[in-house]
Design a protein around this ligand. Structure first.
Ligand code: FES
Length: 59
């Protein structure tokens, strides 16, 4: 599933970054040497970083 279309970041990439010890949304973008562009993915990214499954379902 794509999380951030602007930067081509899918859930696999987010999980990989989390496994590598990345601990915040901001750091996920820097891990992939990019920055949020449109910002539509920020909420979803936050939920994934916080492992908030209920919030993810409601988005
Ligand atoms: S979808 Fe992530 S910045 Fe646009």
């Amino acid at each position: 599933m794509y999380i951030c279309l602007c930067n081509n970041i899918n859930s696999k990439k987010v999980n990989y970054a989390l496994e590598k010890g990345v601990s915040s949304t901001k750091k996920i973008y820097s891990f992939y040497k990019c920055k949020p562009k449109c910002g539509k993915c920020i909420d979803l990214m936050n939920c994934i970083v916080e492992k908030d499954a209920d919030k993810i379902k409601s988005l």
